[in-house]
Design a protein around this ligand. Structure first.
Ligand code: SF4
Ligand code: FES
Length: 334
């Protein structure tokens, strides 16, 4: 085991653990955001730079700082390493730049995007971005295309995280799509729009962090925050059969895999579970899906509110507001 310090918190992890994984072991606010890394997809990470951190001391043997910020999802932790994430202003400043960069060619069409409300880029921009753009050039545009009969690709929204290509590579028998061209011309393509037709192709929708790959069987049926998610399972010979049903009344509008607290699927599901069983009768319902109260999906949610936590949140917010007002009037020095 090795010891690593992240934002002043010491943790022990096995050798070969990345800084991001070590931070996730600690949990909470110090965990860097990730837009391309995906815990259940091999070789993912290193594309988006959302997870950059400062290494203030490389290791116990060589405590020199690393000269540049490093992507925490692909940088291995070393014994005695000291990492700064939210405690380093230059990391937070750089993250603003990363958001701006990811949004350069983005159409900013959240009001009409099916991913709105559960989009990692929307959350990332909200938490780390600026409210304006300095970009004046024309944005690159692509026509939406069908990838098979169930998936729609809006290349304008793609951030080239490569997650979908890893799904195609690692979960399906034949990869028939990938990233073609480079730079401004790079795009996800199916090599002449070849339909993706295999049992696990639907997982590309779940791993896409933005609204580039959406489920045609759910598109425009409802805003996601008007649906009620339920954990459910069925006996499936192909996959674990453990899913989330996104329901409205008795209707099952969408079926997805279950995601962890970082929005990453642990157990991928087959296309049969995803597309062919949109009937409550086919499922054993386990209960409401737990949704973080900070998420917009939690609006209109029906889980019992944790009153104690709500009270604590309100008190924390009031204290924060009071502190801000006093600072503004110069009646309280920090
Ligand atoms: S389509 Fe989605 S999952 Fe695929 S590279 Fe683009 S953003 Fe990533
Ligand atoms: S999550 Fe680390 S580079 Fe994208």
């Amino acid at each position: 085991m090795i010891k690593v310090t992240i934002d002043g918190i010491v943790t022990e992890v096995p050798e070969g653990t990345t800084i991001l994984q070590a931070a996730r072991q600690i949990g909470g606010e110090i965990v860097p955001p990730a837009m391309c890394y995906y815990s259940t997809l091999k070789n993912s990470g290193g594309k988006c730079r959302a997870c950059l951190v400062k290494v203030a001391a490389g290791s116990a043997k060589d405590p020199r700082p690393m000269p540049k910020l490093v992507p925490s999802c692909i940088t291995m932790a070393q014994d005695g390493m000291v990492v700064e994430n939210i405690t380093n202003p230059s990391v937070l400043e750089t993250r603003k730049g990363v958001v701006e960069f990811l949004l350069l060619n983005h159409p900013l069409d959240c009001p009409i995007c099916d991913q709105a409300g559960e989009c990692d880029l929307q959350n990332f921009a909200y938490e780390h971005g600026m409210s304006k753009t300095r970009y004046e050039e024309e944005r690159r545009t692509f026509e939406p295309i069908d990838i098979g009969d169930k998936i729609k690709l809006h290349m304008n929204r793609c951030i080239l995280c490569y997650r979908c290509t890893y799904v195609a590579d690692q979960l399906t028998d034949n990869r028939v799509h990938g990233v073609l061209n480079r730079g401004d011309h790079a795009e996800i393509s199916t090599y002449i729009e070849k339909a993706i037709d295999n049992d696990y192709s639907g997982n590309m929708i779940d791993v896409c962090p933005v609204g580039a790959l959406t489920d045609k069987t759910f598109r425009f049926k409802s805003r996601v925050w008007f649906t009620k998610p339920l954990d459910a399972h069925r006996d499936c010979p192909k996959c674990s059969g453990k899913v989330v049903l996104w329901t409205k009344g008795e209707d099952v509008l969408r079926v997805t895999a279950r995601k962890d607290q970082y929005g990453e699927v642990k157990e991928f599901i087959c296309n049969e579970c995803r597309y062919d069983h949109k009937d409550m009768k086919h499922w054993v319902v386990e209960g409401p899906r737990h949704i973080d109260r900070g998420s917009v999906i939690a609006q209109n949610h029906y889980e019992k509110i944790d009153l104690l936590k709500l009270k604590q949140d309100v008190e924390r917010q009031l204290k924060f507001q009071a502190g801000k007002q006093l600072d503004a009037n110069n009646t309280l020095s920090a």
